[in-house]
Design a protein around this ligand. Structure first.
Ligand SMILES: [Zn+2]
Length: 307
């Protein structure tokens, strides 16, 4: 299985390359992001995944940011209201799109001839907004919802789960447990601030201690500027011997879209990535604002090479 090959490369001390941004890259390619474009622009999504494989990514992340039942239900007074005024099929739309997101990544993988094993990570983020831990639902609610998401991703054939941009230990623990129950290995990635702390103020050491019994396959930081994720990585490495990694964003958040800046062109991003690898990062990729060119730059130097 492709994940085992990735895992043994990490265990052997290699740097594994994660892909770059999906959502912002769809925007950069002049498409809007409604419905994640999974149904009406499948070729664009497939091409984007394929571009990341060709750039040298070992792990593809699915185009499934915040695809959860509550993302649709949240627009209505309640379920009855959604049935009354909503478009048909909204109740199952999240699950259908989640499954489609895995299928498109699989099709992209099948379309690119490469010797490298490529794994597909089902990308799952917080149930509510990823930068707002105060909005998180109760633990009991979370449990049911994460279970549903993880089962859909497992049934669709994801090789692992990337539980990303998580803002609290509590939500990370619930999501990680749900991934294990679904039988999938799980990488947990926290969003962090400039001091390398979670948005709840919790430390990476506390996170590591709380998550250890649930045995995450890797713990990472993402969706913060390079300097912030460097701080988070440093904190993580102090408390964790298992694989750590990171994938920062570059540019500025311009809700609901993204402002691309030229602060981190691929050569500068590579310089940062070399520093992270020296520090001990074993998984390196890119979050919002990064492109296949960024991934290619780091894969050529640090990874197994481009396809
Ligand atoms: Zn991001």
């Amino acid at each position: 299985m492709s994940y085992n090959a990735i895992r043994s490369r990490i265990d052997g001390g290699d740097v594994v390359i994660l892909d770059g941004a999906i959502g912002t890259e769809i925007l950069r390619r002049n498409l809007s992001w409604a419905d994640h474009r999974l149904k009406d622009e499948p070729d664009a999504i497939r091409d984007l995944h394929a571009d990341y494989i060709l750039a040298g990514a070992d792990v593809l992340t699915t185009n499934s940011f915040q695809l959860a039942r509550r993302s649709f239900l949240g627009h209505f007074r309640d379920k009855a209201h959604m049935r009354h005024i909503g478009a048909p099929g909204l109740e199952n739309r999240a699950s259908e799109l989640l499954a489609a997101s895995v299928e498109l990544a699989q099709e992209a993988r099948a379309s690119v001839a490469t010797e490298r094993p490529v794994a597909i990570a089902g990308a799952v983020t917080t149930l509510e907004w990823c930068f707002r831990p105060d909005l998180a639902p109760s633990e009991a609610q979370m449990r049911g919802e994460y279970r549903e998401i993880m089962e859909v991703l497992a049934d669709a054939g994801a090789d692992l789960i990337l539980l990303e941009t998580v803002n609290s230990i509590r939500e990370a623990s619930v999501g990680l447990a749900a991934a294990s129950e679904a039988g999938l290995p799980c990488w947990v990635s926290f969003v962090c601030d400039e001091d390398g702390l979670l948005f709840t103020g919790e430390t990476m050491a506390q996170a590591e201690e709380a998550l250890a019994p649930l045995e995450p396959d890797a713990v990472m930081v993402n969706c913060a500027p390079p300097d912030d994720t460097t701080a988070g990585l440093r904190e993580l490495l102090e408390s964790r011997s298992e694989p750590c990694g990171l994938y920062p964003h570059i540019g500025r958040f311009d809700p609901p879209e993204w402002l691309f800046t030229d602060e981190y062109p691929p050569p500068r991003y590579l310089e940062e990535a070399e520093r992270w690898a020296e520090m001990g990062a074993r998984i390196i990729g890119g979050c919002c604002g990064t492109t296949p060119e960024h991934i290619q730059a780091i894969a050529r130097r640090l990874g197994d090479g481009a396809a």
